[in-house]
Design a binder for this molecule. Structure first.
Ligand SMILES: [Zn+2]
Length: 258
C-alpha cells in the first residue's frame, strides 16, 4: 500500500509560482548582465580610440584615492617618488603621477599603474630597492602604461568580464558565492594588459631609461636577474606573459642600442 501525505492545494501552487517568478527574475538579470558585459567589453576594445578624451576627467576624480597623502608621505614612498621624478624629467611632456609604496592592495613583489594617474609599488618590491637594486625599468614600464592610457582600457575590458562573471554566478546558484567569484575575477584580471599593451610599455620604458639614466646597466640587470631567478612572485612586467626572455631582449636592444 502506498502511503502519502495529502497537501493543501495552496501549498504546491504557491511554491511553483514563486519558483517561476524567481527563475524569470534570474533570467532577466542574466540577460541584462550579458548585455552590460557585451557593451563593456566593446567599450574596452574601442576605448583605445575614445577613452583618452575623457581620461583627464576620470583621472582627476580618482586622484588621491589609491595613494592618499598619508601613504605618499612615508620615506619609502618619497624615495620612489624621486626615482619616478628623475625618469619623468626625461619625458617630453609634463606629467604628474601619484606614487606610493604600500601593501594595501597586494603583498607580492609588484608595481602597478592605475587611474589617478597613480603608481603603486609593494613593500616586497621596495625591499629590492633597499638591497641596492635599480627598479627604474619597472617604474618606467608602469609610466608607459599610464602614458598610453592602458589602465582605463584595461578597466573597460574588465568591467565586461566582471559583468559576465556576475551573470554566470546568477544562473549557476550551486556554486554561487557571487562576491568570491567577482573578487577572483578582479584579482586575476585587473593587472592584465594585452600583449600589445605590454610591448608598448616595454618600448616606452627602454626609451625613457635610455634618456634618463646615466648608467642603465643596473636597471637592466635587475630585469634580467628577476627573469633568470624565475621568481614566482615576479612582478607584473614579467609575470603576465610567457615570452619574458624575448621582452628582455627587446628592452636590451633599445636601451643599449646606438
Ligand atoms: Zn605591464
Amino acid at each position: 500500500m502506498i502511503q502519502y501525505t495529502p497537501k493543501l492545494p495552496s501549498e504546491g501552487v504557491n511554491t511553483s509560482k514563486g519558483k517561476k517568478v524567481f527563475r524569470r527574475l534570474v533570467f532577466c538579470c542574466f540577460i541584462a548582465l550579458v548585455i552590460i558585459g557585451i557593451i563593456n567589453a566593446s567599450l574596452g576594445s574601442i576605448g583605445e580610440y575614445v577613452a583618452v578624451k575623457y581620461e583627464k576627467e576620470i583621472n582627476s576624480s580618482v586622484s588621491g584615492s589609491v595613494c592618499d597623502d598619508k601613504m605618499m608621505a612615508t620615506p619609502e614612498s618619497r624615495d620612489v617618488q624621486a626615482k619616478v621624478k628623475r625618469l619623468l624629467s626625461a619625458y617630453d611632456k609634463p606629467l604628474k603621477i601619484r606614487v606610493c609604496v604600500t601593501d594595501k592592495y597586494m603583498t607580492a613583489k609588484n608595481a602597478f599603474a592605475t587611474l589617478g594617474p597613480t603608481l603603486v609599488v609593494t613593500k616586497a618590491m621596495y625591499e629590492d630597492v633597499k638591497k641596492g637594486n635599480d627598479i627604474s625599468i619597472v617604474l618606467a614600464h608602469e609610466i608607459g602604461h599610464t602614458v598610453h592610457g592602458h589602465s582605463i582600457r584595461s578597466i573597460g575590458r574588465n568591467l565586461g568580464t566582471i559583468s559576465i562573471g556576475l551573470a554566470l554566478a546568477l544562473v549557476e546558484p550551486s556554486d554561487s558565492d557571487v562576491g568570491k567569484i567577482v573578487l577572483d575575477i578582479l584579482s586575476t584580471n585587473t593587472l592584465k594588459y594585452s600583449r600589445k599593451d605590454e610591448y608598448a610599455a616595454d618600448k616606452f620604458a627602454a626609451e625613457l631609461c635610455k634618456k634618463a639614466l646615466k648608467d642603465p646597466l643596473p636597471a637592466l640587470n635587475y630585469i634580467e636577474k628577476s627573469l633568470l631567478e624565475n621568481d614566482p612572485g615576479a612582478f607584473e612586467i614579467m609575470s603576465t606573459h610567457p615570452d619574458s626572455k624575448k621582452r628582455v631582449a627587446r628592452i636590451k636592444e633599445i636601451l643599449l642600442g646606438q
